[in-house]
Design a protein around this ligand. Structure first.
Ligand SMILES: C[S@@+](CC[C@H](N)C(=O)[O-])C[C@H]1O[C@@H](n2cnc3c(N)ncnc32)[C@H](O)[C@@H]1O
Length: 387
C-alpha cells in the first residue's frame, strides 16, 4: 500500500472511530422513525463494526481468495466507464475496483438480512462482491462482466461457493433483455456496479423494476463518485416504487415496494467516512459536523483537538485518493486552536488541476476562504474513484 493510501485508510479509521457515537445516535433515530428492522444487521455492522464468528468465517474465505489473486500479480483488463478496455494491475483491481473487506461484509449482511435468493450483479469484476452476496441464502446468482478475463475468474470464484451461480461475459447493454427474460424474472437483490453513467443507471432500474419482488433490495454503487452518478441518485432516492432510500456515502440502498409509494430518505453518508466527490459541497467542513466539532471544542478542548484533527485529515486525505494531489498549507496550532488547510488535486487522466478549497478555523469558528467548483474528467479513469 502506498503512503497516501495508508494515510487515507488510517485517517478514515480515526475519523470513523471519532464519529461512532454520533453515527450510533443517528442510527437509533432511524429505528425510532420507522426504518424496517431488515436493515438492522448491515447498518449496525457499518456503524459498530460487530460481527459473529460465522460471519467472519465467510469473510475469511473470500479474503483468502482475494489475497491469492493479488499475489498472482498479473495485470487485468477492465472495462472503463466509457466502455473501452483498460489495463489495471492486480493490486489495483483487488483493492480498489473490488469492494473492501468491510463493504463486502456489508453486502453479505444485506443479502443475509433480506434473505435474498435471486440476485443479479451488474459488474462482477473478479467476483469478490459476488462471493459475499452468494454466501448466505442465494439460490440463483447471475453476474455480468464485460471483461472476458475477469468474468472467467469471477465465475470460478462464485462457483466455489454457490454451485448454481453463474457469471456471464457480456456488456450489460448487450445482455440486458436476455438477462431479464432468462434469469431475472423475479429478483430479491439487484446490485448495480458496472456502467457508472446517468442514463444507463436509470434505464437499468426502469427495466428491472417490474421484476423486483416486493421487499427486494437494490444497491447502487458509487453514488457520490461522479456528477452523473450523483444526479442519478438524486432521482433514484425519490423514485416511485421505493419505500426507503438510504445514502451510505458509497452505496445507495433502496428497498422496493412497487406501486405509487415514494421513499422515505435516510443518510449515514457523513459517518461512513466515504469519499464523496459529488456534490462538491459534501467535501467541506462547514455544516452539522463542523458545528458539532466546534461545540465539542468548547466542552472538551483536548477531545476536540483529536476529533478535529482526524476530521480534517479524514476529509482532506479522503479527497485526494483519486489523483496525485497533495496537501496544501496545512497548519494546526493545537493549543490556540488556530489553523488553516487547503486541498489541491491533479487528475491523472486529464492533467486538470483543480484547487478545491481553502479554510481557516480560529477558536470556535470555521471560515471558508474559497471553494472552487470541481473540474473533473472521469471519462477514462475507470474505477480510480474507488477508495
Ligand atoms: C467497480 S468494478 C466491480 C467490482 C465488483 N462489483 C466488486 O465490488 O468486487 C466494475 C466492473 O464492471 C465492469 N464493467 C464496466 N462497465 C461495464 C459494462 N457496460 N458492461 C459490463 N461490465 C462492465 C468492469 O470491467 C469492472 O470489472
Amino acid at each position: 500500500m502506498s503512503l497516501s493510501q495508508s494515510v487515507t485508510t488510517l485517517a478514515r479509521k480515526i475519523f470513523r472511530t471519532t464519529v461512532r457515537p454520533l453515527a450510533a445516535a443517528r442510527l437509533s433515530a432511524f429505528w425510532r422513525t420507522g426504518l424496517p428492522d431488515v436493515f438492522r444487521p448491515p447498518l449496525e455492522f457499518l456503524v459498530r463494526g460487530e460481527t459473529s464468528a460465522k460471519d467472519r468465517q465467510v469473510q475469511a474465505r473470500v479474503e483468502k481468495r482475494r489475497a491469492e489473486i493479488e499475489r498472482s500479480g498479473r495485470p487485468f483488463q477492465v472495462i472503463s466507464n466509457s466502455g473501452g478496455l483498460i489495463e489495471r494491475s492486480a493490486r489495483d483491481v483487488t483493492r480498489f475496483s473490488c469492494v473492501s473487506p468491510e463493504w463486502g461484509m456489508f453486502l453479505y449482511l444485506c443479502a443475509k438480512a433480506f434473505r435474498s435468493q435471486t440476485i443479479v450483479e451488474l459488474g462482477t469484476s473478479l467476483g469478490i462482491s459476488s462471493s459475499y452476496l452468494v454466501s448466505s441464502f442465494c439460490e440463483q446468482f447471475v453476474g455480468i462482466e464485460g471483461s472476458k478475463q475477469l468474468a472467467k475468474i469471477a465465475k470460478r470464484n462464485v462457483l466455489s461457493i454457490s454451485p448454481t451461480a453463474t457469471v456471464v461475459h457480456a456488456m450489460v447493454d448487450e445482455i440486458l433483455e436476455e438477462l431479464i427474460s432468462r434469469w431475472a424474472a423475479e429478483l430479491d437483490l439487484l446490485y448495480v456496479d458496472a456502467n457508472h453513467n446517468f442514463e444507463p443507471t436509470l434505464r437499468y432500474m426502469d427495466r428491472f423494476a417490474p421484476h423486483l419482488k416486493p421487499g427486494a433490495l437494490v444497491i447502487f454503487d458509487d453514488i457520490h463518485w461522479s456528477e452523473e452518478m450523483w444526479e442519478a441518485w438524486r432521482i433514484l432516492q425519490n423514485r416511485q416504487g421505493f419505500s426507503h432510500a438510504l445514502d451510505l456515502g458509497r452505496f445507495g440502498l433502496c428497498r422496493w415496494q412497487g406501486g405509487t409509494i415514494h421513499p422515505k430518505q435516510y443518510s449515514l453518508a457523513f459517518y461512513t467516512g466515504w469519499i464523496r466527490k459529488y456534490p462538491p459541497s459534501s467535501q467541506g467542513v462547514i455544516g452539522p459536523a463542523g458545528v458539532a466539532l466546534v461545540l465539542l471544542d468548547v466542552l472538551s478542548p483536548s477531545l476536540a483537538s483529536t476529533a478535529m484533527t482526524s476530521f480534517l485529515v479524514g476529509s482532506i486525505f479522503g479527497d485526494l485518493s483519486a489523483g496525485t494531489g497533495g496537501l496544501h498549507h496545512f497548519v494546526k496550532l493545537n493549543d490556540a486552536r488556530i489553523g488553516a488547510f487547503g486541498i489541491e488535486e491533479r487528475f491523472q487522466s486529464s492533467g486538470i488541476f483543480a484547487f478545491k478549497g481553502s479554510f481557516v478555523f480560529i477558536g470556535e469558528s470555521f471560515f471558508l476562504l474559497r471553494r472552487a467548483g470541481a473540474k473533473r474528467n472521469c471519462e477514462e479513469s475507470g474505477d480510480e474513484g474507488k477508495n
